[in-house]
Design a protein around this ligand. Structure first.
Ligand code: BES
Ligand code: MN
Ligand code: ZN
Length: 501
């Protein structure tokens, strides 16, 4: 979808549709007021006859604008009570606008929604969110449908209407929104691909694709023999049950001077998690193709960062493998030696995510990172704790968690912190090795993080458990692209290019 910014008055736009907001019970936004005036009170009349629903997110399409309105149609978007109109409400009206336009005959529209005051959010933020919400609404995954019917008249172009002094900020917001939206789309597509297509090799090829598309990237793909040399016995113990070769994907984005330390993102890339010998039950096992959504979010975020040309150094690392049962698969009770030298008793082969992440987390020490964030669909327990609304955030450095949680609030892609007290760490002790790969009953999300923490002592680190947010089940089954919005916002904030928020 195409997004642009244009200055000018709403009544003068020769567009297929002009979009304006109206608050409850009957308060017109400035753009709505102008249209009302130009149409000699058409909007007020429709409000009076209750033909316009002003509840938050409702949409009313007026096909025959009156008077001096040059657009063919007006879409009135209900904003609810002005006092309750906040960031969440803004995202809602932006998404519903896109849905309404996609359903209508309109393929191009100009929106004045960024004039609405949403809890003092900046114009840049509003433009960014408008673009992200519109793009997400139009997303479809039909690569594997032989009779795919694209929507008849989808919205192809959304213009943000601006006054002259607003246009620079809106344009920057649109630029950022587009990059985030395309990062989200990329992550969603990879997540939705079936496990027989999206293999570790496929993910490695995607990294190379991203490099072809944007400059400033360097890609290294480590093969199993490289990992053997590095002593990654923990990662390799997971891949030994699979016929697909494991890969360690390393993406370097250089947007700033060599002397600035990099931010490192590490994404879990289990392209299918059967549980291994500790086989999962059959119900919903297909959803374990989504067990590479951490990896997908790293690919999406690195691509967004490269598209934006952010003035930072970023490294994306993806340990990727399948987890399958096999005659050569690792077994409960096996003891493996990680790259750090620490030994691990594999009490459950289904706790494989931490086994691949721990070696990747040791590997990243060589980059002398400023901070390291890992992103993983790590524990079903995280869904028990936080449901499908928030990413679980755990850290060894509180200011880092604060920045992540902040980026979550700004982007609407929220996280919530869980504690990492010593008592939890004691749960992963083993009778036979330095640690076990499971922590027994209770706080499974935290004991998984405590496991990872034993490999991240030398730098500032945060762990994001995205098990509940990376995909949806049921009728709307599919990848969400989370937490690309949060991560990209985190990087935008760190690069300091948005001064207004
Ligand atoms: N990929 C799963 C976690 C998961 C399960 C995410 C269901 C979303 C939905 C992970 O590899 C796993 O299997 N974790 C186990 C850990 C347990 C064996 C300690 C789990 O959560 O059951
Ligand atoms: Mn598992
Ligand atoms: Zn898994």
């Amino acid at each position: 979808m195409d997004f642009t910014v244009k200055t000018g008055d709403p009544e003068k736009q020769r567009s297929a549709c002009v979009v304006v907001g109206i608050y409850s019970p009957k308060r017109l936004s400035p753009a709505a007021q102008r249209l009302d005036k130009a149409s000699r009170g058409q909007l007020s009349q429709l409000l009076k006859s209750n033909d316009i629903d002003t509840s938050c997110g409702a949409t009313t399409l007026i096909h025959t604008p009156a008077g001096r309105i040059l657009a063919k149609r007006v879409l009135v978007v209900g904003c609810g009570h002005p006092k309750k109109f906040d960031a969440k409400a803004f995202r809602k009206i932006a998404a519903n606008t896109a849905t309404a336009l996609n359903k209508s005959a309109v393929t191009e529209a100009i929106s004045y929604l960024t004039e609405l005051d949403a809890d003092n959010q900046s114009l840049n933020w509003k433009a960014r969110q408008h673009v992200i919400a519109s793009d997400a609404t139009g997303y479809r995954f039909d690569e594997f449908k032989s009779d795919a019917k694209p929507p008849k008249r989808p919205l192809r172009k959304l213009i943000l209407g601006a006054s002259t002094d607003e246009s620079t900020e809106l344009k920057e917001g649109v630029r950022q929104g587009k990059a985030i939206a395309s990062g989200v789309e990329r992550a969603r597509r990879l997540g939705n691909l079936p496990g027989n297509v999206c293999t570790p090799t496929y993910l490695a090829e995607q990294a190379i694709e991203i490099k072809k598309q944007y400059g400033k990237l360097k890609i290294d793909i480590l093969e199993e023999r490289d990992m053997e040399k590095l002593g990654m016995g923990s990662l390799l113990s997971v891949s030994q049950g699979s016929r697909q070769p494991a890969k360690l994907i390393v993406m370097h984005y250089k947007g700033s001077s060599q002397k600035n330390k990099p931010v490192v993102l590490v994404g879990k890339g289990v392209t299918f998690d059967s549980g291994g010998i500790s086989l999962k039950p059959g119900a919903a096992m297909d959803e374990m193709k989504f067990d590479m959504c951490g990896a997908a979010s790293v690919l999406g975020t690195v691509a967004a960062c490269a598209e934006l040309g952010l003035p930072i150094n970023l490294i994306g690392i993806i340990p990727t493998t399948e987890n399958l049962p096999d005659g050569e698969a690792s077994k409960p009770g096996d003891i493996v030696t990680s790259m750090s030298g620490q030994t691990i008793e594999v009490l459950n082969t289904d706790a494989e995510g931490r086994l691949i992440l721990c070696d990747a987390l040791t590997y990243v020490e060589r980059f002398k990172p400023e901070v390291v964030i890992d992103i993983a669909t790590l524990t079903g327990a995280c869904i028990m704790a936080l449901g499908h609304h928030a990413t679980g955030v755990m850290t060894n450095h509180q200011p880092l968690a604060d920045d992540i949680l902040d980026a979550g609030l700004t982007s609407g892609d929220r996280g919530w912190q869980l504690p990492m007290w010593d008592e939890y760490d004691e749960q992963i002790s083993s009778n036979f090795a330095d640690m076990a790969n499971i922590g027994g009953k209770g706080a499974g999300t935290i004991t998984a993080a405590c496991f990872l923490a034993r490999f991240t002592k030398n730098y500032q680190w945060a762990h994001m458990d995205i098990a509940g947010v990376a995909w949806k089940s049921g009728a709307a089954k599919g990848s969400t692209g989370r937490p690309v919005p949060l991560l990209t916002q985190f990087l935008l904030d760190r690069s300091g290019i948005n001064t207004e928020e």
